[in-house]
Ligand binder design. Structure first.
Ligand SMILES: Nc1ncnc2c1ncn2[C@@H]1O[C@H](COP(=O)(O)OP(=O)(O)O)[C@@H](O)[C@H]1O
Ligand SMILES: Cc1ncsc1CCOP(=O)(O)O
Ligand SMILES: [Mg+2]
Length: 279
């Protein structure tokens, strides 16, 4: 009974935190630099705009010294990685770390090739604030191993990657998030689960990329609480998808309603639907 009440109290606190993060992003409209794959650019930028943040898909190496210092956070996504893009990613990541700006890494399809794995390991060395991937990606990155891969999609459930996420968090000093039916977030000690979202998100390309960008926006407004920001962003994105699903006929209309719902998300919906628990 006592335990039940304590859990309920914690859930309420998470709901308040998630609402605070969303309202702060809306008020401050942080500038988020995204160096991302060609598939995700549109959904990522629209997700950030719908949340109230300001996206900029600026990736040329020549522009980083001028632009990156003015951003509030950086999102790096290796989805369509090629050798000419990697120097930009490394340069922006190194500069962000040097300036004390938060940055988030999405290790898309990290186990697909030696080139990707090596690039990701080098990026992890540049000290991301948060790493968010699906379960197969976090397992591969944590074990630094290439393996049988379904490309950008996961062949594991998020719960399969809890220990891998913990050890990656401890080794890298980053917050690690594993997305899935239950999203897992850990700093290497604490672990919480986010029980929001709908399965149909997996049938829309770049929803993982988009939620990683949303994490970058939440971390931008409170870099000292990256663990809370990460769980809150995943939960808010999940709640928007739940509301959107109520109006959707399939993946294409869910994509539209997800963006609308994120834009219109109000306090009542957040305080009722955010579900973040200790794991
Ligand atoms: N089975 C599921 N039920 C509910 N939400 C899910 C499910 N699978 C993924 N999601 C949500 O979809 C979004 C994208 O996650 P995921 O598909 O794991 O990433 P990726 O696209 O990188 O593989 C996340 O917000 C996650 O919470
Ligand atoms: C299909 C595809 N191919 C390379 S990147 C990409 C998008 C992946 O997006 P997500 O990881 O969010 O599913
Ligand atoms: Mg992905």
């Amino acid at each position: 009974m006592e335990e039940e009440r304590a859990n309920e109290e914690q859930e309420n606190q998470w709901q308040q935190k998630a609402w605070k993060f969303l309202t702060t992003v809306r008020e401050k409209s942080p500038l988020i630099q995204c160096i991302t794959n060609f598939v995700s650019m549109d959904l990522m930028a629209n997700t950030l705009l719908a949340a109230g943040a300001s996206p900029a898909m600026i990736h040329s190496l020549q522009e980083i010294p001028d632009f990156t210092p003015h951003t509030h956070s950086l999102c790096i996504n290796i989805g369509t990685l090629s050798p000419d893009w990697l120097p930009s990613m490394k340069s922006a990541a190194a500069l962000a770390t040097q300036l004390g700006k938060p940055w988030v890494l999405d290790p898309v399809a990290v186990s697909a090739s030696d080139f990707r794995l090596k690039a990701c390991l080098e990026l992890v060395h540049l000290k991301p604030t948060v790493i968010r991937g699906n379960a197969s990606e976090i397992l591969a990155l944590s074990n630094a191993s290439k393996g049988p891969s379904k490309g950008v999609d996961s062949s594991h459930g998020s719960l399969d990657a809890v220990e891998a996420a913990k050890s990656l968090a401890q080794a890298s000093n980053a917050i690690v998030a594993v997305s899935g039916a239950v999203d897992i977030i850990t700093d290497g000690q604490r672990i919480v689960g986010v029980h929001n979202g709908v399965a149909m998100l997996q049938r829309i390309t770049a929803t993982g990329c988009a939620v990683t960008a949303l994490i970058a926006a939440f971390v931008a407004v409170d870099p000292l609480h990256a663990f809370e920001a990460t769980a809150s962003a995943l939960s808010i994105f999940g709640v928007a998808s739940e509301i959107g699903m109520g109006m959707a006929k399939g993946p294409a209309s869910l994509r539209m309603h997800l963006i609308d719902s994120l834009h219109g998300l109000d306090q009542a919906a957040v305080l009722c639907c955010v579900k973040i628990t200790n794991m």
